[in-house]
Design a protein around this ligand. Sequence first.
Ligand code: FNR
Length: 342
Amino acid sequence: MVCMENNKQLCYENKVILAPMVRINTLPMRLLALDYGADIVFTEELIDHRLIRCCRKENDTLQSVDFIDKSDATIVFRTCSREKPYVVLQIGTSNPERAAKAAKVVEQDVAGIDINMGCPKDFSLKGGMGAALLFHPDKACAILSAVVSAVSIPVTCKIRVLPDVHETVELCKKLAATGIAAIGVHGRTVKERPMHPNRNHFIKAISEALDIPVIANGGSKEIEVYDDIAKFKNITGCSSVMIARTAEKNCSIFKHDSKLELATIIRDYLRHAVDYDNIAPNTKYCIQNMLRNIQETEQGKTFLESTTLQQICDLWKLGDYCRQNQKKMNCLRFEERDVACC
Ligand code: FNR
């Protein structure tokens, strides 16, 4: 697929992207990344079975669109109009029909669909999803072809590299021939961990061999300031860069000028969490991943004891902001009967 920015289709060329991260990339983090300058934001991986079970509900109180699992009333995916032109939903799948069905569920509310072909976790591998697909190229291609045919928005996939560079390039050529708009490449094999060097030369070889944009990933260790993004892009010869861990710790990496202090980032993050009624455990988890060692401080210890959004906001002097918002929303919170209408 040709990049068609003027046709309002998402274009993957020359972009700085928030990479998919389970539990981290819920709506508040995606909006924060966009605030700070990210061009495209990925969701966390969402499993096809779960998406298929969802009903779509426009939430008038929050001005969001919610995808709610009918079996347990949990919100699987919350999105809003502001992120619609930039958000790519990543699907975990092992089956072409299911993948296409899941993509159809969210098609009208996202800018792109990505298929996870890089997750090395047991859960994914045993289910034939994530990196398992790297070893079943025919199935991987069947999934991509099915999704490309099913939806009218661009489809991509995100892979890890194979141990051999030529085999990796051959695999990428096959995947690209399905009509995908771009390919994200994490330069580590399934067995390699973050302490292993990223195989930037593999990514470069792929980028030279393909006609579609290649999105370089795996460079967080070397990306500390904004200018490092361009260095990573040059080394890998890629059109775009995708950042996970550096953004998880400090989302202001997307700012062109300079990074912000952690307290400012947390306050900016919390405002989005309050505005979109993000659940407290997820909000806490994301802040914990920003704070890291700072959790040893007095404020950090009090934070660890917090269980509500209000308590977390109080710690960062956003108590009144939270109270006022929650009061406004309280009477309209999601209730059982809403599921019944799905
Ligand atoms: C990830 N990663 C990941 N990848 C993916 O395709 N789908 C996902 O849901 C996740 N989840 C996830 C959670 C967390 C907490 C981390 C740290 C990572 C992998 C991620 O997108 C990326 O490929 C790697 O982290 C390498 O890129 P960086 O961190 O070097 O920029």
